[in-house]
Design a protein around this ligand. Sequence first.
Ligand code: AKG
Ligand code: FE2
Length: 327
Amino acid sequence: MITDNETATSPTSETALSPAQAEELWNAVGRLIDRDYETLAPDEIADLALAVPALLPPDVRRRIVDYRRNAPNGDVLLLHGFLPEGITLPPTVEAPFAPVSGPAQTAALLLAGVMSLFGEPFTYSSLYKGRLVQNMVPVPTMEFTQTSQSSRGMLDWHVEDGFRDDRCDYAGLLCLRGDPSGASQYAQAKDLRLAPEVMATLRQTRFHVKPDPAHTLPADTPRRQIAVLTGSESAPEIIYDTHHIGPIDDADTEAADALRELHAGLDEVRISHVMSPGDLLIFDNKRVVHARTPFTARFDGTDRWLMRVMVCGSAVTFRRWGRRVPD
Ligand SMILES: O=C(O)CCC(=O)C(=O)O
Ligand SMILES: [Fe+2]
């Protein structure tokens, strides 16, 4: 892992499964899938996934629960070794919502299962056709978009779905296939070192967020008015999106300047990690901003491939939606 700034000291917990643990877990998760995963509805996937936590090595499960409760080493958890040696994954799929086959189905259930330790896996009907476990893969013609489908362009700092007040509490990214150039980057709000007056501006409701282009939504979807930073000084929460957030008032140059300072401040405390197959990166989407560096896609089945699951940690919010894939 590359740390850009020495003050961002190990905000990440790292732990690894042994090859034997990975193989045992993989085989046990595979046995849970008793029919074609692609015929399962989101609720059925979530139900099957509930059996996965008990299959995890106890030390790994403990590590995840510690992170969820207290985040003792920071707001990002990095786990390694979830793919056993000797499996042959299918070619990288061509879209976030593309069906997956063979071992990729096991990977999807494994990810949903680990993430179920944090609450309810969910997604939005407007996002990637409502697919619960999504493929983060490069897509032709989308190279320079600000979505997971990009590749040659930088995917700039953002939180997942900052335009929604019910954005996910956690997201998990499982790497099936890596790319040495496409580094996942993240910055914890608590590491920011900005001038007090900049912090004070960011704590005021002087900003609005427009919908993320990964969502299929009407053009007149209202912008949400927000403060960028909220919560305690020791564990602040953040909403930021380089391209979709701005001052409510175009004349509010102080707010615009504060956003620029924030962007530079995130760069200063960023951590980069090039995902390798079997890596599972979990981040707190209320306290961490993330990004991805550019890489060149070949579109030949060998490109970078992560799977993503978002989780609602609040049973109250989940009950309010009344379904796993809210609009
Ligand atoms: O590919 C990554 O590392 C992150 C992707 C991402 O942030 C997104 O799709 O929102
Ligand atoms: Fe993202």
